[in-house]
Design a protein around this ligand. Sequence first.
Ligand code: ACO
Ligand code: V55
Length: 284
Amino acid sequence: MTTETTTTPHHLPGGDTVRVEIDDDHGIGWVYFNRPEKRNAMNPKLNFEMFEVLDALEGEDRVKVVVLTGTGAAWSAGMDLKEYFRETDGKPRWVQHRVRGQGTNWQHRKLLNYPKPTIAMVNGWCFGGAFIPLVACDLAIASVDAQFGLSEVNWGVTPGNLVTRALAEVIPTRDAMYHIMTGKPFDGRKAEQMRLVNEAVPAEQLRERTIEIAGELSSLSQWVVHGTKMGFRHSRLMSWEAAEDFLYAKHDQAILFDEQARAKGMQGFLDDKTYRPGLGTHEG
Ligand code: ACO
Ligand code: V55
């Protein structure tokens, strides 16, 4: 979709392999894997540019939600077997180490703990290494006919980097073991059943439904959503004592950074009786 207020911001980084659009109508930063002729396989250049783009959108006020999707038939066909693997084979060990780190920099270090909400909009093929950014996004919506697969075993390697670790975070063990060990692909409907994605919708509804969900997030206080997200991501790894302290810190940070949200929330319900918090937001 291109609206009049959708712009490709030239002051933001990006480049050939990543496309960025800021959609002011919905407060969405649309980020595209953009190597459609290579099914959006991730080469070192794309990994570098993704980091730069996500880093820049972090500080961009117009962006309330980031949607990660792909141009053409693929979401992403995983790591680029030619440029990421074959062409780094035989290079000095530190070169390979650095190339690996550039993937992890954006897929894990940047995206997993991204301060703004993130949605993976899976429009097509999603294989191997693409599962890391898929799981790293907070929410995922897939086209019913998107095809997923842990295809590493099919070309003679075990899943590398954080693929297996990421998978274990979101899907049941039986499904994970079956798909990593057999490499057998599955569609969006199946991905929804195993909770790899929140929802699978027909291709023609994918964008509309993603915008709708992004709208649910962006209608809320950004700092409340941020604190809620970081609270969930971090506290599950903490002791209950540390979690209590951390969750209160995020709670109080949200009030400090956005004083209005809570005050208006209580006033609308208790005094003005304009809405019921159990049923929707006062911003509604
Ligand atoms: N790495 C490098 N090149 C790729 C990749 C990839 N992961 N995926 C697709 N391409 C390239 C092809 O080599 C081909 O390039 P060419 O036109 O220069 O010959 C081009 O993209 C189109 O690919 P086709 O296979 O012709 O496209 P098709 O639509 O028939 O099939 C599919 C798409 C199913 C995604 C297929 O390309 C495929 O199986 N790709 C590999 C998927 C995979 O196993 N990824 C690695 C996972 S493991 C990991 O990430 C570590
Ligand atoms: C994968 C493997 C890697 C990697 C990134 O299986 C993704 C996917 C073996 O190294 O660096």
